[in-house]
Design a protein around this ligand. Sequence first.
Ligand code: HEM
Length: 221
Amino acid sequence: MVRKLCFLTSTLGMKYLMGASGLIWVGFVMAHMLGNLLLFVSAEAYNVYGHNLTSGNIIYLVEGALIFSLSAHVIQGILLTLKNRKAKGTQYHVQAAGNKKTPWASRTMIFHGTIILFFVIYHLITFKFGTYYSVIINGTEMRDLYRLVVEVFSNPVYVVGYAICLLLLTAHLSHGVASMFQSFGFNNRAHDKKIRMVGLVYAFIVGGGFLIQPIYVYFLN
Ligand code: HEM
């Protein structure tokens, strides 16, 4: 038991936990982004999708997993940053130059991570716990989330705020996904470039897929 606890608080154990908790959110953001694309199909399709998602009991399991993994991710992220800073403070630290320079996204994980955390809280207040408009589709009463989304993104302040947060999410994911692979042992130097590319492509698909939604609503709806 004590050994297990020591492993979890070791740098390697922390990286595993960060990777595992990150993986749940990596899957969630992709699923959330893809589901939200129904915004481009019709108000009906968007609302029926939201209604079906929240009608069953599985949603409680998903929400539980999201809350648990986000809490673990935040705590481990803070501990890992403190540990790294302490380690740097005790060494003669030289900033690498040229190609070997650590990428911006990697050096600033704690910064965009914190902003994304506040973004998620504000996002839940806006949408999940926001105004309840109701609509009847095929005889079933359900939440008119489409109306709420259109109302929120008609406000330029929200559109700009979302755009900034989504760019930071893209940066966070690009490094996060690559380092998740490394945490799980795919840290072979030969595959380093490919892993970084996977992280980058994934981040751009998710970030870009989300970003076009407020822009579409603001300019075209
Ligand atoms: C343009 C981008 C986005 C739009 C239009 C959007 C829309 C929504 C809406 C309408 C809901 C409420 C669903 C419901 O109550 O049935 C929701 C929930 C949620 N969103 Fe987003 N979202 C966006 C981006 C994001 C991002 C980037 C994240 C995370 C980094 C995120 C995380 C969440 C979470 C955790 C929930 C609650 C899920 C649940 O409890 O079932 N969303 N979103």
